[in-house]
Design a protein around this ligand. Structure first.
Ligand code: C2O
Length: 524
């Protein structure tokens, strides 16, 4: 029966709950389209199972912009050593980049499966990258002969004006002969430009002040108001037999994906290389402090108020396993349940300011920002009456698309979420939209600092996965935003999607509805 369900699910590319992905074996005959094959034959000891090493010193990962001279020297030395490893060593920087690529660009198949393994666009994104970084750090520690070595994190979420945390860090960007430097980067991502967390890549006309405000409110929307549950923060379920990522968490989309695009060079022969293409992103040393910050924000997300801010507890999540190379160049398999607690893994993050948690406002005043499109109750009701629901023919093109979504009866179980499913993206190209509540007159220039902004969809292309690309689901919590707008007492919501970016493609959009998300208690 299970076999039949698996075969059916392969044909449909559907989610089959019940079988976590087993640790994959690296292919002997590697077919990776982007040439991401690991050195073969595999050397080293037989594959081992990961165990926590309680004797490792506790490593404190610090913000890059605060590293002292000794820490910088050590980091540079580590990457020098990493770059000088031979191509037959799976630990070399280019082989680590290949390993990342192998896992997402059509490089690994389970026996008999028609779908390649994918570690983006679903709930295993965060744990896979946590352990990828863990071994990256352990490999550097081994090369440096220093068990206390800690990776730094790139603190791009910190918009404070007193410390320069949100530019491409100096030590990665200013010296061409540094081992931390990479040639394929966006010219507008250089100092003193500050990061644009809502970018589609390339440059922006926005002032630093505008960017600081927008970055802060965008972080609040993506991570606090938009993602109070594991389903929303981690993304859709992914199990054995499942084809392709079905939908990322809000956080994977943005800022994770957008920072990738901001750093990548839009004028490179492969547009947005290296960071803007998952197949090559991990060649750039900035990939690692970027992902350390992603990993750090996962630890912060759990500490925010809300009873659903915890990891998925489904066995398809906890029992999923992956294979990596460890510091001795041996293969090692790790189960997700082993890596939830970073203190057990013997690392922690030094604290940095997190003004975004309260929307850049004083705590308790998150909703004090004036709306951009004030409407009184009769205008609101008139808008609800005049706006049709989404139909299957509707496509999101260059013009904003506005539709009404009826709200079901209130539930005390779970949080209220807008779900848009059946989104058809051409996987070869980027795709982005912003979503607004009760604001049909928005256009591509409307800033995400407006309280009506409630989420964004961002797709970073991966070449190998393009042909297996499946329809996507986009979900985001709406309740806090409705409260902020004073619109929680209406029967329907009015949603406007604005597509923007270099290739505005006609996106098919299947259906929109409000659901209650009770995860982790249920997969809904
Ligand atoms: Cu596997 Cu930031 O990507």
């Amino acid at each position: 029966m299970r076999a039949a369900v698996l075969i059916l699910s392969q044909i449909l590319g559907d989610f089959t709950s019940g079988v976590p992905i087993p640790a994959p074996e690296f292919p002997e005959k590697c077919t990776s389209e982007e040439n991401c094959c690991m050195p073969y034959p595999y050397t080293g000891k037989p594959v081992r199972q990961f165990t926590i090493d309680p004797n490792l010193p506790l490593r404190i990962r610090r913000p890059v912009h605060k590293l002292n001279d000794d820490e910088i020297a050590k980091l540079e030395k580590g990457y020098q050593l990493l770059r000088s490893l031979s191509e037959s060593d799976p630990r070399s920087l280019s082989n680590q980049a290949k390993l990342h690529c192998l896992y997402c660009d059509n490089g690994i198949y389970y026996p008999g499966m028609i779908w390649p393994l994918e570690i983006h666009n679903h709930w295993l994104f965060l744990p896979w990258h946590r352990m990828f970084l863990y071994f990256h750090e352990r490999i550097l520690a081994e090369l440096l002969d220093d068990d206390s070595f800690a990776l730094p994190y790139w603190n791009w979420d910190n918009q404070s004006e007193e410390e320069v945390a949100n530019t491409l860090p100096d030590i990665y960007a200013s010296n061409r002969s540094s081992s931390l430097w990479n040639h394929n980067r966006n010219k507008c991502a250089q100092q003193p430009n500050i990061v644009n967390l809502n970018t589609v890549g390339g440059c922006t006309e926005k002032t630093p002040t505008e960017l600081r405000i927008e970055n802060t409110r965008l972080m609040y929307t993506q991570i606090v108001s938009g993602a109070p549950t594991p389903r929303l923060f981690f993304g859709q379920a992914y199990s054995y037999g499942d084809g392709g990522g079905h939908g990322p968490g809000t956080f994977e989309d943005n800022p994770h994906g957008t920072v990738h695009l901001w750093v990548g060079d839009p004028d490179a022969p492969n547009k947005f290389d290296d960071m803007g293409n998952f197949g090559r992103a991990a060649r750039d040393p900035i990939f690692y402090p970027h992902h350390a910050n992603i990993d750090r924000i996962w630890t912060i997300w759990k500490t925010m108020p809300g009873k659903q801010r915890m990891e998925p507890n489904h066995t398809d999540f906890l029992d999923a396993s992956f294979t990596y190379y460890d510091e001795n160049a041996d293969r090692v398999t790790v189960k997700v349940s082993q890596i939830i607690n970073t203190t057990l893994l013997r690392y922690e993050y030094e604290e940095s300011p997190t003004a975004w948690i309260t929307n850049g406002q004083k705590a308790g005043y998150e909703n004090s920002i004036p709306v951009c499109n004030p409407m009184n109750p009769s205008q609101t009701n008139a808008m609800i009456i005049a706006t049709p629901e989404l139909t299957i023919q509707d496509k999101l093109g260059a013009e904003p698309l506005t539709f009404r979504v009826p709200r079901p009866e209130r539930s005390d179980v779970g949080v209220e979420v807008l779900e848009i499913e059946g989104i058809k993206v051409d996987g070869r190209f980027q795709s982005h939209w912003e979503a607004y509540l009760f604001f049909p007159s928005v256009d591509i220039n409307t800033p995400v600092s407006c309280p009506e902004f409630f989420g964004t969809f961002n797709f970073v292309p991966h070449v190998g996965q393009a042909q297996f690309n499946r329809d996507r689901v986009w979900r985001v919590a709406v309740k806090d935003k409705l409260v902020a707008l004073g619109k929680d007492n209406y029967t329907d919501i009015i949603v406007t999607l604005v597509q923007f970016g270099p290739n505005v493609q006609p996106l098919g959009i299947g259906k929109a509805r409000i659901v209650y998300d009770a995860s982790p208690a249920t997969l809904e």
